[in-house]
Write a protein that binds this ligand. Structure first.
Ligand code: ATP
Length: 228
């Protein structure tokens, strides 16, 4: 599903954040991306949805070379990928239901389809009863659930999460992980950058460790592997 070949990324300030990355990730995998701060984890995953563009090398997602993708095709790529961030990035003026529905309105789904899909996904993340509340009325964990609901409402094949439990307490983080596990069991590929050692060591999945812009370890069922 995802292939990176000799991917190299140098930012305009001269920092090399990806230094020859070669990786293959199959459909339905759950992959943790770990490594020290500044290692290049965010850059690695941002390149998958073309938020960062590699300086050289190839990135192929579902057979499409996203390095040579024309700018006007980028929105189509993004629709196939759900993205979840540490700081949720919800629209503050919209309520829970509207935040999730927005992702479908921009692709002009029918109102009946939107209702059905939003209600289904809010039920999956356990927020049906808070559909009319606004982000400021929700806890961090609830806001992250909204953000996850929004990322999966289009039923993407791939969900990318950059430090999704970074702002949450341990108990809430476990609850959020349960949702990601459920999404993965339904067949969605999950790629998650994280500093959460307890989660990586307890819920075992493939671990890709990055340091200095290079993959330093790639193990199925691996542990977190370093002190953070
Ligand atoms: N837009 C940018 N412009 C210039 N340099 C950048 C940019 N984004 C990241 N970098 C640099 O690239 C390197 C890797 O950053 P990146 O955000 O990928 O690391 P990370 O492993 O995700 O770190 P953290 O765990 O702290 O989030 C860092 O040295 C960073 O300063």
């Amino acid at each position: 599903m995802i292939v990176m070949k000799n991917v190299y990324k140098k930012y305009s300030n001269g920092v090399v954040a990806a230094n020859g990355i070669n990786i293959e990730i199959g459909r339905g995998e759950f992959v943790y991306v770990v490594g020290p701060s500044g290692a290049g984890k965010s850059t690695f995953i941002k390149m998958m949805y073309r938020e960062a563009i590699p300086t050289s090398g190839e990135i192929i997602i579902n057979g499409i070379n996203i390095g040579t993708l024309r700018e006007k095709r980028v929105p189509y790529l993004r629709r196939k990928i759900g993205v979840v961030f540490q700081d949720f990035k919800l629209l503050q003026k919209l309520n829970v239901y509207e935040n999730v529905a927005y992702a479908l309105e921009v692709i002009e789904e029918s109102p009946a389809q939107i209702r059905q899909k939003v209600n289904d996904v809010l039920a999956l993340v356990g927020l049906t009863h808070k559909a009319r509340m606004f982000p400021t009325e929700l806890s961090g964990g609830e806001q992250q659930r909204v953000s996850i609901a929004r990322s999966i409402v289009n039923v993407p094949q791939l969900v990318i999460a950059d430090e999704p439990t970074g702002n949450l307490d341990p108990e809430t983080s476990w609850e959020i992980m349960k949702i990601f596990e459920e999404i993965n069991l339904r067949g969605t590929t999950i790629i998650m950058a994280t500093h959460n050692k307890e989660i990586v060591n307890r819920i075992r999945h493939r671990v890709i460790a990055i340091d200095g812009g290079m993959v330093t370890r790639d193990e199925f069922g691996g542990d977190y592997g370093y002190e953070s």
